[in-house]
Design a protein around this ligand. Structure first.
Ligand code: IVH
Length: 686
């Protein structure tokens, strides 16, 4: 079998891989301009390692598998590290982590090893040399032996102490001490920096790591000082100061000396606990305020670390557990333009499907035309796609090296892609809008929003049904929904009798939603659900709100002049008034318990969490009832929670409530507590 394709043999493949790895190392370490993702780089190194193991004759001392990083870029004076700055071996699965533990235990002849588990910060490694407690030198990693002396810039990083504070009970410190750690930029500071660069017309940094590296390599320290860089200390190389026998003690010492040590760090007895740490850390990756790309698992005992020692490239007592990559490369097939419920035209990338950290991404937001131009994204480009938390995936930028010349620059259409009407840009806005108020795309998106969970919460009214309702001319506005009967709905494609009845009931049940939800649903510009709730609670019903002036609205908490103007304008427009009247005539509730009466019910002052599937009402209806009864509804269970309402298949929240001794009620009990007349959401009694 030809493993390498195109007749390549092992020697040629090894040579090719070495050249490529060296090139990518230079791009990454020296130019802060990686062309490939970390995962792709790791794959190249792994392939080379395997080939070298299979072909011992082809091994060389100069192979990139035997050294780390590229040579220093030369802009800053080269500085030889007192102790080499090594890298870490990577692993990518719990099995590989278990194999690391097995190696460690075998070498030590022990059954269980104590580890320290740390987040792997996605920044750049820094070596700080202190003499008699004063910071003398700050050096980047470079090739691991020689780095760049960036002391003047390091002195501007707020988390890096210039003088080590006296540490109670620390004992005498060595006259010379080296501290290693990571310089990084938080996600928020990275975003602020890019916003500021955008305003100055400068290209954005691709990610926080690049921006930290770029900021630290500024020739003018004043520029570095203006960038918000942070630092975590995580390693004391060389002989330990007296009284320090473990890595965890070394971290405590660093903290005592005035360094910032990562608060997520935990000790683990055995690899099982270390695996739990990795899983937990990956799960909360998005809520951490800086980028991490994995966990680092280190043997805690320094005596055991010494016993295990180092390979040429990395310590045998530590390993990096890398999370699945969140950036991936793929082809941008074309750019399509979508029309939103307010008529805004948004370009969207249609991608060759690609797996980004476990999620297949096919579409990514491109925000607006200006951004496409700024990033120079073209149809046909190979692009880098990233996913951050729950946010929809976005295109980071094109991979310029892979351009063939056939890529096409993009311009926004001059007319609405849905209805052909003219598009226009409102004064002071970046967005283009379709000028046709009854554009079918606007109606479709508007209906989807109307039916959504935070709005009228109509279960079963999704895109497929809405598309048919519009194309068959059955619905021209929101109010038309209330004229649909079960048999009409059942006649739609893929519906049938049962679903038709269910959807008709769900539409009917939505009539009792309160005014806050109605205001959220009908698409008043600048009014989201939180603001809508406050406005509704203040005015109590639609007629009072219809009479309100901008001045009256300004008295509502969080309402400013823009929202006040939007609401008044909306409710004065004759077509909107007609819509409200039509909804009223259909029996839609237009009232809200007034603010003064709110919070005074049987659950007054209680913090309530819902979990599991409720049988007799939707979750949002239950939340609404709880709020009307005076409760504050939250998402997570803590010792401050007063009540957990558990439906069927309740999971971890219920377990936690039991552990914490929080009161748990079943759905029926909850209904009794609030005195609800047991009205089923679908309109029937139970
Ligand atoms: S320990 C000899 N701990 O990961 C061990 N490294 O791929 C020295 N890194 O060069 C490294 N977070 O830049 C260690 N908690 C952590 C880390 C960490 C990030 C970086 C560091 C290192 C690279 C290895």
């Amino acid at each position: 079998m030809d493993l390498f394709g195109k007749g390549e043999d092992a020697a040629a493949r090894i040579a090719h891989l070495r050249r490529e790895i060296e090139r990518h190392n230079r791009l990454y370490y020296e130019l802060d301009a990686p062309e490939i993702t970390d995962a792709e780089f790791d794959a190249l190194v792994n392939e080379l390692k395997v080939l070298e193991e299979e072909n011992p004759k082809l091994r060389t001392e100069t192979s990139p598998t035997r050294k780390v990083g590229g040579a220093p870029a030369g802009r800053f004076p080269a500085y030889r590290h007192k102790a080499p700055m090594l890298s870490l071996d990577n692993c990518f699965s719990p099995e590989e982590l278990a194999a690391f533990d097995a190696r460690v235990r075998k070498a030590l002849g022990s059954d269980e090893v104590g580890y320290v588990c740390e987040p792997k910060i996605d920044g750049l490694a820094m070596s700080l040399e202190y003499k008699d407690g004063s910071l003398m030198t700050g050096v980047t990693r470079g090739d691991g032996v020689t780095g760049e002396n960036v002391t003047a810039n390091v002195l501007t990083v707020k988390d890096i102490p210039r003088k080590l504070s006296g540490c109670v009970g620390c004992g005498p410190l060595p006259a010379e001490m080296t501290v290693r750690g990571e310089v990084y930029m938080s996600k928020a500071d990275f975003q602020d920096l890019n916003l500021a660069r955008d305003e100055e017309g400068l290209p954005p940094f691709a990610n926080p790591r690049n921006s930290a590296a770029g900021s630290l390599r500024q020739l003018d320290p004043a520029v570095t000082a203006g960038r918000k860089l942070s630092f975590f200390a995580y390693y004391l190389p060389g002989p330990a100061p007296s009284g320090i026998d473990s890595h965890s003690e070394a971290l405590a010492l660093l903290e005592g000396l005035g360094f910032k040590v990562n608060p997520e760090i935990k000790k683990a007895c055995g690899i099982g606990e270390a695996m739990d740490f990795c899983a937990g850390l990956e799960a909360k990756r998005d809520s951490i305020e800086y980028e991490i790309d994995g966990a680092v698992i280190k043997v805690d005992s320094l005596a055991l670390q010494r016993e295990l020692g180092f390979t040429q490239r990395s310590p045998r007592w530590a390993i990096a557990y890398k999370f699945a990559p969140r950036q991936a490369k793929t082809k941008l097939l074309r750019i399509e333009v979508q029309v939103g419920r307010t008529g805004v035209l948004t370009p969207r990338a249609v991608l060759e499907p690609v797996n980004v950290s476990g999620v297949v991404v096919q579409h990514a937001s491109l925000h607006n035309e200006d951004l496409i131009r700024q990033k120079d994204i073209r149809e046909g480009d190979t692009v880098l796609v990233q996913r951050a938390g729950d946010v929809i995936p976005e295109v980071v930028g094109p991979v310029l090296e892979e351009r063939t010349g056939s890529e096409k620059p993009f311009t926004m259409p001059a007319s609405c892609p849905e209805c052909g009407s003219a598009v226009a840009r409102e004064e002071g806005e970046v967005a283009l809008r379709c000028t046709n108020a009854s554009c079918p795309a606007r109606l479709r998106e508007g209906l989807l929003h109307f039916a959504s969970r935070d709005a009228m919460d109509i279960d079963g009214l999704g895109p497929a049904v809405i598309d048919q309702l519009i194309s068959k001319g059955l619905v021209h506005d929101f109010a038309d929904l209330y004229g649909l009967d079960a048999s009409t709905l059942a006649s739609l494609d893929r519906m049938g009798g049962k679903s038709g009845t269910k959807l008709a009931a769900a539409i009917g049940a939505s009539k009792v939603r309160n005014l806050g939800r109605l205001l959220t649903s009908i698409g008043i510009r600048n009014v989201g659900s939180a603001t809508a709730k406050l406005i509704a609670a203040r005015f109590g019903d639609i007629d009072a709100l219809g009479q309100a002036s901008e001045q009256d609205l300004l008295e509502v908490e969080t309402v400013g002049p823009v929202v006040a103007e939007s609401v008044v304008k909306f409710l004065r427009l004759p077509q909107n008034r007609a819509l409200v009247e039509k909804l009223k005539a259909a029996g839609v509730n237009m009232t809200e318990p007034r603010a003064e009466g709110k919070g005074q019910g049987p659950l007054s002052g209680m913090s309530v969490v819902f979990t599991g599937t409720l049988e007799h009402m939707t979750r949002s209806r239950a939340e609404e009832l709880a709020e009307e009864a005076g409760a504050k509804v939250t998402d997570s269970v803590s010792s401050k929670t007063d009540l957990v309402v558990a439906g069927s298949e309740a999971g971890s929240k219920l377990d936690k409530a039991r552990r914490l001794g929080v009161r748990v009620a079943e759905e029926r009990e909850f209904m009794e507590m609030i005195g609800e007349k047991a009205v089923k959401d679908e309109g029937g009694l139970f």
